[in-house]
Design a protein around this ligand. Sequence first.
Ligand code: DLZ
Length: 162
Amino acid sequence: MASRYHNLSDYDINSVPDAKGMKIGIVVAEWNNNITDALMDGAIGTLIKNGVAESDIKVLRVPGSFELIYGATQMTHLDVDAVIAIGCVVRGDTPHFDYICEGTTYGLARLNATQDKPVIYGLITTNDMQQALDRCGGKMGNKGDECAITAIKMIDFKRKCN
Ligand code: DLZ
């Protein structure tokens, strides 16, 4: 996918709905926490910049990206309007990478299709650590920023459907 043409932190401020009063859950994987903490910080900063109150953001941690499925599922039961799932899987020497990426992606996709609240896909899957660093505040921007804007837009979308 051609993410190299798109900075993850770029968005049109005029296209972002008013986020005042929105409540957001964030579930963060501890694996590669040098990356996931930076993604989380990006998401929180962008949510607040766009009107979400800090007190309306709840952060919980799970051990690894695979646990994001369970973590996000549980967080949809909380008093939140959307859940952002943040993880980072870096390719290793075995097919484990593929299983975690596919399992987590499928689990989060299924969650979106089977319950009522938007679950935002904040999983970065990279060939090496440098690609991950590039996407958590480096030269490609911060995927956490993108997740925050997506959460706000999806909450607004759902409100329009009610
Ligand atoms: C086991 C594992 C490996 C090898 N690599 C990563 C990774 O790069 N990123 C990540 O978030 N988690 C990794 N894990 C842990 C799995 O996600 C999971 O926590 C364990 O398999 C236990 O279910």
